[in-house]
Write a protein that binds this ligand. Structure first.
Ligand SMILES: Cc1cc2nc3c(=O)[nH]c(=O)nc-3n(C[C@H](O)[C@H](O)[C@H](O)COP(=O)(O)O)c2cc1C
Length: 303
């Protein structure tokens, strides 16, 4: 297959300008290894492994799938939590294992020591954020590349709601470091558009969930593939911790949509649009659809 040479492929030593972004509980060795073996960059999500030692094992497994010449990256997401994970221990494993590409994400507070650590070992740092001003701050800290997450992105799109058509040209104008476009990308034409907007590649998440290697239930994969443009909902917006969920409610919500009368007796036509919170979350049964994994046990910890 012919490959495109961009700043991303050259810096990362990959054949295709495509990154599989970190995905909690999804970005594990089988997926990351397969993506890297195919010539893009596969990324293991560090915090999905319950301990740093398990991360080490996962890196080994991904490498054995990817092959000796294909780099495998690790995502380190810095989250504001009451009981923070031992980020340092996870970072140390990345350094000891000589992980060549680190995708950082989440809060910029606390990022600096990790940037210094990874840079001192020669790793390429791709920092993911949702606004260009955050990207500028990360670039000042010394990250090598930005993955700019438009409002289209799954995971946490932030609260600014700026889509990639606006965000990418702004990034091209205002950033001194190379950037890739993240969010809503699934096709070659979208990759071409990202390159035309000044990016050196794309980051994809949801598209990689619909693969054989993604450890999620087939029904979820089917829902993603069959979902339409309006099959995405936002959750946790009211908590200013917005999360996209693709095809999240597809089946049950479409059944409910037919009969929904809303909490206050609103007509079915008042069903929230795809850019408002899903009413399912206010279900009297407390039902929150969590489709990423097949069993309720493995859903634990997702939120
Ligand atoms: C199930 C899922 C879990 C995710 N978990 C993380 C995460 O832990 N850390 C992170 O930085 N990004 C996470 N993301 C965001 C992805 O890395 C990527 O930026 C996003 O999916 C790109 O948008 P797309 O899904 O429209 O391609 C997650 C995305 C999905 C779909």
């Amino acid at each position: 297959m012919p490959s495109l040479s961009t700043e991303l492929t050259r810096r990362l030593g990959i054949r295709h300008p495509v990154v599989q972004g970190g995905m909690h509980h999804v970005g594990l060795a089988p997926l990351a290894g397969a993506v890297s073996r195919a010539g893009a960059l596969g990324i293991i999500t560090a915090l999905s492994l319950r301990s740093p030692e398990l991360l080490r094992d996962e890196i080994g497994k991904a490498r054995s799938i990817a092959g000796a010449d294909a780099p495998v990256g690790v995502n380190l997401t810095l989250l504001p939590t009451l009981v923070p994970p031992n980020y340092q221990a996870y970072a140390d494993v990345c350094v000891e294992e000589r992980v060549p590409v680190i995708e950082t994400a989440g809060h910029i507070q606390g990022l600096e020591p990790f940037v210094r650590l990874f840079k001192s070992k020669g790793a390429v740092i791709v920092h993911k954020c949702t606004q260009v001003r955050h990207a500028r701050s990360a670039a000042k800290l010394g990250v090598d590349m930005i993955s700019i997450d438009g409002f289209e992105c799954a995971g946490h799109p932030g609260e600014a709601d700026v889509g990639n058509w606006v965000l990418a040209p702004q990034a091209a104008r205002e950033l001194d470091v190379p950037f890739i476009v993240s969010g809503g990308v699934a096709t070659g034409s979208q990759l071409a558009a990202a390159l035309a907007l000044g990016a050196c590649g794309v980051n994809m998440g949801t598209r990689f969930m619909a693969t054989t290697e993604a450890p999620i239930h087939d029904n979820v994969k089917r829902a993603i593939v069959q979902g339409g443009a309006d099959s995405t909902v936002l959750v946790m917006r009211t908590m200013r911790n917005t999360t996209w969920s693709r095809a999240r409610c597809t089946e049950r919500c479409s059944r409910r949509r037919a009969t929904w009368s809303g909490a206050s007796g609103a007509p079915a036509s008042a069903w929230p649009s795809s850019t408002t919170s899903c009413p399912c979350r206010s279900s009297s049964r407390g039902w929150w659809p969590r489709p990423w994994r097949s069993s309720p046990r493995s859903w634990r910890g997702w939120w």
